[in-house]
Every structure is written in C-alpha cells, then in structure tokens.
Design a protein around this ligand. Structure first.
Ligand SMILES: Cc1cc2nc3c(=O)[nH]c(=O)nc-3n(C[C@H](O)[C@H](O)[C@H](O)COP(=O)(O)OP(=O)(O)OC[C@H]3O[C@@H](n4cnc5c(N)ncnc54)[C@H](O)[C@@H]3O)c2cc1C
Length: 398
C-alpha cells in the first residue's frame, strides 16, 4: 500500500493509546487520537486515589505519553459517525476524517433504573467522582464530628472489594486527623448474587470473604438494592440509614454504539470478527468489543497492540493475523499488603498476591510510558493527597 492511511482512534484509554503508540512514527499512517479527556485514567489504581492516594497514581497526562510521537490529539466528545463520508463528529461540531477507524470508548455507569442512585450515590470511575467522594467523607467529619452511621458499598466485584479493603484504614486515618478516632466504623458490602466475585471460582470468593470479615466488613449477599433517598438505602425492602453509598455494581457499553446503529451482542458489546473488525475498516477494541475477556485493562492493551500490528502488516502487503483471546491473570487487592491471585487454574492470596499486584501495576505503567516515567508513576502510590486542609496539614507532618 503506497498511500498514507488516515487512522482515527476514538478514546484515549488503555486500548486507544496502546494502538496510537504502536502506529506512531510509522510513515504509512497519519494518526489522530480523538478523546474527551487530557489524561489516561489508570483505573486499576483509582481505588487508592479514592482512599487517600495521589491523583498522579491513577492519571497519566496524554501529553507525557504521546510527547515524543507525531500523533495529533483532538479533545472532544465523539457523537456521530457518517459511514458514507467517513467522518466522526463531536458534540461541539469538530469533524474528524478517517480511512481506518478504531473505536475504544470504554463503558459508562449503569444504575439499572434504580431510583435515587444517580442523584445520591457516589462512584469512583473518574477523578472528579473520586474527588467528590473524598470531599464528602471529610466534610461529613467536619460538619457532624462523627463518621457516618453506615458506609455502604454496592457490588462485590473487583472494584467493590478493592474499595472495601482500603476504606477502613483510610477512614481511621482521616478520623484521627480530625480528632475523632474513638468512634467505631461500620462498612457494609452489598451483592445481589449469592457470593462475592460471582465471575471467579468459588474458592477465590471464599478467600476474599474471610479476608473482608477479618477487616470488619459486613457482607450482605443475595441483597437487592431497590432505591436510595437523601437519608437511606432500601435493600430487600429494608431501609438502612446512610449518607455514603458507593455504587460499583454496574456498567454498560458506551451509548455511541447504540446511537450509531452498530450490531450489538450480549451485554451490549459490539459484534467483531476475528480481526476485531465490525465493518470494513472499522475496528472496535477493549471494553467495547464482544470478546471473551473484554472488561479488563490487560485485554484492552492487547487489543490495541493487536489491531495496530495488523494494520502495519497490511501496509506491508501481508495478511491480517487472527485474534486469540488470552485469559488475563486476575489480581484483586483487599486491604493493606494483601491480594488474591487467579492465574489459570492456580490461586493464592496474601503478601505474595500483593507483591504480584505491585509488579503488575509497574508493568502496566511501562506499557504506556517510558520506564523512567513508569517508575515515577508507580512510586506515587506512596504519596498521600487530600484536599481537606486539616488532613493536608496532618499528612505533611507525618
Ligand atoms: C474502578 C475500576 C477499576 C478497575 N480495575 C481494573 C484492574 O484492576 N485490572 C484490570 O485489568 N481492569 C480493571 N478495570 C477495567 C479496565 O480499566 C478497563 O477494562 C479498561 O480501562 C478498558 O480500556 P478501554 O480502552 O476499552 O476503555 P477506557 O480505558 O475506559 O478508555 C476509554 C476512553 O474513551 C474516552 N471517551 C469516552 N467517551 C468518549 C467520547 N464520546 N469521545 C471521545 N472519547 C471518549 C474516555 O475518556 C477514555 O479516555 C477497572 C475498571 C474500573 C472502572
């Protein structure tokens, strides 16, 4: 192929950025990355930022990832796709042309129509949601001079468990800063299914269950959330008083795909062929694609690399390779220096799991940034960051 191909990548997350990095500086392609955020959200460490860690640990500026490349970055929210003209248009009217389109827009929160949750619950999927949650925890301690009666986390998937594991220590830490350390804390983890981590083997669920019990978390299984008001959450017909409900229980595919009439499969994911192609020269990656391990950062990174390498193959006159889904290793932390690991048929938990998770985070950063930046990013795990002036002062002294 002689002509330079215009590759438009929509979505600056794991899959989109990985594809962009692998196509960058290749003279056969002109790459444009259209995304609605100037930072890459590093989701696996967001729970740490939500429990006192620094923003830097879970956010990587695209400028620093892409600075050495010739990729054009357009900031905007993709809204419509014109297949005839080969143009994606943003909400504010920017038009981006393409020869090849790569879509990696991620998923959005789904409240399943449960009344009150969108208004009253907290979420930890973006930096602004994390900041809102943290501000609430501190404000409550300042205004009420005591912790909430109940902190309720909904959803015992990986995110709910990570948060439940880290929250007791964080609350104790900030209560001490606020001079109210003698009050007890009550944290509930609510799950609609009969066990924790319903998608993983039962033995893994059992390990995590006993760990969370040790941390003092109350588990409510087979519990259906029916609604939330400003003062309480209703579960299985019973109201529980709380001003701190965190929703981690549901996501759905990005609305771009329904509004632009893509063919959708189970869980609303886009139908793709063995090259992750949904229509000629339109590729769908990561959380958006209907692949066996969609929904994990490791899969998204692999998808980005896979499609980029296939495009490079085609530019050299070679045939596309077929996609092989690879089962990722699951590592789920729950509290200080503890994580459970599921690696193929094997699983283990404890400090070794935690160390593996640390190594996985460092490796994850290094797939997106040069090693020196990745190490810096990794070390930012040990920084505290709270907007609350009382806690900032206390943290700076400790
Ligand atoms: C709290 C949390 C914790 C997680 N922890 C883990 C973990 O420990 N391990 C793991 O493997 N996976 C984890 N995941 C899942 C993992 O983060 C996702 O599978 C991964 O981010 C998917 O990558 P992606 O590129 O498909 O989408 P994303 O990384 O979500 O990227 C999508 C990008 O598209 C942009 N975008 C959205 N809408 C538009 C628009 N209209 N126009 C332009 N740009 C747009 C977004 O801003 C974002 O930059 C976690 C997810 C969450 C929410």
């Amino acid at each position: 192929m002689s002509k330079t191909e215009n590759v438009l990548i929509v979505g600056g997350g794991f899959a989109g950025v990985k594809a962009a990095l692998e196509l960058a500086d290749n003279e056969d392609f002109h790459v444009t990355l259209l995304t609605d955020d100037r930072d890459l959200r590093y989701y696996p460490t967001l729970y740490r930022t939500a429990t006192g860690g620094s923003r830097a640990n879970s956010s990587i500026p695209l400028d620093s990832i892409l600075s050495a490349s010739n990729i054009d970055v357009v900031i905007g929210q993709a809204e419509t796709l014109d297949r005839q003209k080969k143009i994606v248009t943003t909400v504010d009217g920017q038009a981006c042309e393409y020869d090849v389109l790569i879509l990696a827009l991620g998923v959005v929160t789904n409240y399943f129509g449960i009344p009150g949750l969108p208004e009253y619950s907290y979420s930890i999927k973006t930096q602004s949601e994390v900041a809102r949650f943290k501000n609430h925890l501190h404000k409550q301690l300042i205004e009420d001079n005591r912790p909430d009666l109940n902190y309720i986390i909904i959803g015992a998937g990986p995110t709910g468990i990570e948060l439940a594991g880290a929250l007791p220590e964080y609350l104790k830490h900030i209560m001490k800063n606020h001079g109210i350390s003698k009050r007890s804390i009550h944290i509930d983890l609510i799950e609609a299914m009969p066990r924790l981590l319903p998608n993983l083997p039962k033995s893994v669920s059992r390990k995590v269950k006993s760990r969370l019990k040790k941390l003092g978390i109350s588990l409510y299984l087979k519990s259906k959330v029916e609604g939330e008001t400003a003062d309480e959450l209703t579960i299985n017909g019973k109201p529980i008083r709380s001003h701190t409900v965190i929703w981690t229980a549901g996501v759905t595919n990005h609305p771009f795909f329904t509004s632009n009439k893509f063919v959708l499969m189970g869980r609303g994911k886009v139908a793709v062929d063995t090259y992750l192609q949904t229509e000629p020269n339109i590729f769908v990656l990561g959380d958006n694609a209907n692949t066996p391990y969609s929904g994990l950062a490791q899969t998204a990174l692999r998808d980005g690399s896979f499609v980029a390498q296939n495009l490079i193959r085609r530019s050299k006159g070679k045939k596309f390779k077929s996609y092989n889904a690879k089962e990722p290793i699951s590592v789920i932390p729950a509290g200080n220096r503890w994580a459970v690991v599921l690696w193929g048929r094997f699983h283990f938990a404890g400090l070794s799991g935690y160390l593996l998770r640390e190594a996985a985070d460092l490796r994850g950063f290094s797939k997106l940034e040069p090693w020196s930046n990745a190490v810096q990013q990794f070390l930012s795990e040990f920084l505290y960051q709270d907007d609350c002036s009382i806690c900032s002062l206390a943290n700076s002294k400790s």
